[in-house]
Design a protein around this ligand. Structure first.
Ligand SMILES: Nc1nc2c(ncn2[C@@H]2O[C@H](COP(=O)(O)OP(=O)(O)OP(=O)(O)O)[C@@H](O)[C@H]2O)c(=O)[nH]1
Ligand SMILES: [Mg+2]
Length: 248
């Protein structure tokens, strides 16, 4: 998708109601610090609209990013943040669960796993729970820039094995640094969401208008001065005549 405008439209805290959005949504879940907000920034071509931090537990709300007035990317709070107390952890879990159950426009869930490490028990629980709830999570193996190219396939296989993924599950290596995997993720997003009719019509109209525009003329090449029989300037003419006189 060509990103034209993005904005953080809704922020849901523990007590807020999940918005009844009219546009399709895709959501990103994963343990704290795995790179959810960084991925969302990369998808939106923004550096820091979604706040990121090297300290786990940065995103503690459900954040809805409106993209092109056509769809939402949903940033979920990270689970497994060791420093949060049990009560808060339970509430974040409830928020994620509540969102996944309540949203009427959720079209796909991406589960992010750090490519460097074996999926944790929490990751396994989250994956199993999602599958049990009827979702077919797409796995994103984050921070692929931290591995050598040779190791990437091996680690993708490790993630598949430990999560015991359902047959046909897609695992995409992704890096917010190199943007590896960005296009593949967008392709999946675009294949699962339905864009609003108004948006499609406006895009088509723009495309047609562009096609109708006359092709831009090629800039004229500067004509080079060519040697001709006739001298072009009077001075040159005089010089030539002088030469002839001398020869005589
Ligand atoms: N090298 C590298 N670092 C990354 C990548 N993605 C995220 N990071 C770093 O990992 C840290 C956490 O990233 P966030 O995007 O804030 O992670 P999060 O999953 O949103 O974390 P919470 O909001 O706490 O749940 C930050 O320091 C990022 O710069 C990546 O692809 N490569
Ligand atoms: Mg975050």
């Amino acid at each position: 998708m060509i990103i034209k405008n993005v904005n953080l439209e809704t922020v849901c805290g523990i007590t807020s109601a999940i918005p009844d959005n009219l546009l399709d949504e895709v959501a990103f879940a994963g343990k704290s610090n795995v790179g959810k907000s960084s991925l969302i920034n990369a998808l939106m071509n923004r550096k820091s609209l979604a706040r990121t931090s090297s300290q786990p537990g940065k995103t503690q709300t459900i954040n809805f990013y409106n993209v092109n007035e056509a769809m939402y990317l949903v940033d979920l709070p990270g689970y497994g943040y060791a420093n949060a107390n049990i009560e808060i952890k339970a509430k974040w879990g409830q928020m994620i669960e509540n969102y996944l159950h309540t949203s009427k426009r959720l079209k796909a869930v991406f589960l992010l796993i750090d490519i460097r490490h074996e999926p944790s028990e929490n990751d396994q629980m989250m994956y199993e729970w999602m599958v049990h709830q009827g979702f077919a999570p797409i796995i994103i193996a984050t921070k692929s820039d931290k591995l050598k190219k040779m190791q990437i396939l091996q680690h993708v296989q490790m993630i598949k094995d430990i999560l015991q993924v359902e047959p046909g599950t897609i695992v995409i290596p992704f890096s917010a640094e190199s943007k590896q995997g960005r296009e593949e993720i967008w392709q999946i997003v675009e294949s699962v969401i339905e864009l609003p009719q108004g948006y499609i019509e406006a895009e088509n109209a723009k495309r047609e208008a562009k096609q109708k525009q006359p092709a831009p003329q090629e800039p004229k090449k500067k004509e080079r001065w060519k040697k001709t029989d006739r001298p072009v300037a009077k001075k040159t003419l005089r010089k030539e005549q002088k030469k002839k006189v001398k020869k005589k």
